[in-house]
Design a protein around this ligand. Sequence first.
Ligand code: HEC
Length: 124
Amino acid sequence: MRRWLILTSLFALVLGVAAAIEPSHFAGVPAKDHARVNPMADKPDAATAGASLFKAHCAECHQADASGDGKKKPSLRTPQVKSATDGDLEWFLRQGDLRHGMPSWSGIPQAQRWAIISYLRSLQ
Ligand code: HEC
């Protein structure tokens, strides 16, 4: 009887942890980064520059129109990406998620990351 109780509690714990880990890529973004605003948001050329950068760096996985491959490489035209702040996206681009196949883009200039984010916004 007692063993059952322990086993069911353990099971519930595992389920709870699994649910908590279920990822939004933007849930763990530090507040300071979360609050950042794209300094290029109002510059019309930024989205155009971002489109070429996206083609060069991102399209091989996310497709030229950012619609993803329908499998592991997600669409970037989703409510999750739309509701992420500029700062969330910039942070995630810097971090990447190598374990799941998303490279880090900390090696490109910050202005390029913002331009790419302007492009992503122009799709929404
Ligand atoms: C080598 C393939 C690859 C390249 C190149 C790549 N990505 Fe990704 N990207 C992924 C994968 C795979 C994921 C999903 C990772 C996961 O599930 O944790 C992802 C996830 C993302 C997400 C999170 C989406 C969400 O809904 O949470 C964003 C935003 C993103 N990528 C933007 C970009 C941008 C912008 C570029 C170009 C600078 C880029 N990616 C280049 C493979 C790639």
